[in-house]
Design a protein around this ligand. Structure first.
Ligand code: SF4
Ligand SMILES: [Zn+2]
Length: 347
């Protein structure tokens, strides 16, 4: 275990999971997304599970999803009760997205028979179902069962590659798998005619803003032939994580929205994949932000781009904080990773 992995583990040592109802999902709601080129309503379910197996070992440096997990076994019965509760609000949306704050294809988190029951029920009405998984759980066995169930309907798996750079993934993120592991998973998904959505992290800890823009753009270029969708995922500061530790010491600033727009603009020249960006905590000091006064217009444009793929939505964005962002790109290397939040907001 390297130093970063040890630190990720240490930060969870004194963490006490909240008392939560194992029979209720974390949240469910309906939101806009794209299905076969058309904007539709998509239904989202977040299951409350035991938690990500990797997080239980050490976990990724920016991930605080474990804060929502049970950290103890959740019975099959309770998972099915969560599903039943979620389905009460389901109004037949053609696109359903499932999150577990871990891996839906990990048998230790969701047993195959529970997984099959959930997917079997959803595929009756939905055209497309999307789940998330680490690459090591994307196997022949799991995908062949799902393919039989889905027939001509679409099954999508979101994989948090974060970066195509193995050094950054190991030493800044502690992701625990390699680019070749991702490539194998991508081939496997192709074999079973399933779609791949790749999460790309914007602003991992220990990278400057400029390095992060470059890393995301290079990553999008390198995964072009593997992925159907690219989902940019700007780091937000979640509790009990390495990022939180650094942020409290003014050694981490979430990405500027200017940087995200820059990456999105460049991405369209590099890939035919659908490129999107959901910004958790956008506009807050713990999420990607600019100067406050222009945050809303940037977030709206990014949401619009994620649906339309039209970079013209960024044409009218402007603000005096652009100069500050450009200054930061220039001088950050001189500060050895320690810097104030130039937008004037502090932890
Ligand atoms: S980012 Fe994904 S793989 Fe990493 S700890 Fe969080 S849930 Fe697990
Ligand atoms: Zn601004």
């Amino acid at each position: 275990m390297n130093e970063l992995a040890k630190f990720c583990k240490t930060l969870k040592k004194d963490f006490t999971p909240k008392i939560q109802d194992a029979a209720r999902p974390v949240r469910c709601w309906s939101e806009k997304d794209v299905l076969n080129g058309t904007v539709v309503d998509a239904y989202v379910i977040i299951f409350r599970t035991r938690g990500c197996s990797w997080a239980l070992k050490s976990g990724c440096s920016m991930c605080g999803y474990f804060n929502d997990s049970m950290w103890k076994k959740v019975s099959d019965d309770d998972l099915l009760k969560q599903f039943k509760t979620a389905m009460k609000q389901y109004s037949g949306e053609g696109f359903v997205k499932i999150f577990t704050s871990g891996s839906f294809l990990d048998d230790n988190e969701i047993k195959p028979k529970v997984r099959d029951e959930i997917l079997g029920r959803l595929v009756e009405t939905a055209e497309k179902v999307s789940v998330e998984s680490r690459s090591e759980y994307i196997t022949d066995e799991r995908l062949s069962t799902i393919r039989d169930m889905f027939g001509s309907k679409t099954f999508e798996v979101g994989v948090g590659l974060e970066t195509a750079n193995d050094f950054i993934r190991e030493h800044a993120i502690n992701k625990g798998f390699t680019f070749s592991g991702y490539q194998n998973a991508a081939e496997m998904l192709k074999k079973y005619d399933a779609k791949l959505k790749t999460y790309v992290l914007v602003k991992p800890p220990f990278l400057t803003e400029k390095e992060s823009i470059k890393d995301s753009v290079t990553t999008i270029e390198k995964i072009d032939s593997y992925t159907d969708t690219v989902s940019l995922n700007p780091t937000n500061v979640q509790r009990n994580t390495v990022v939180d530790y650094l942020w409290k010491r003014k050694q981490f600033r979430p990405a500027w929205l200017w940087s995200i727009v820059e990456i999105l603009k460049q991405s369209k020249k590099l890939t035919d994949a659908h490129v999107k960006c959901d910004i958790a905590g956008g506009g807050s000091i713990r999420g990607a932000h600019n100067c406050r006064s222009c945050d809303r217009s940037f977030l709206d444009a990014i949401t619009e781009f994620s649906l339309s793929q039209d970079t013209k939505v960024f044409d009218d964005l402007d603000c005096t904080c652009r100069e500050t962002w450009l200054d930061q790109l220039d001088i950050e290397n001189l500060s050895f990773g320690s810097l104030v939040d130039f937008s004037g907001r502090f932890p």
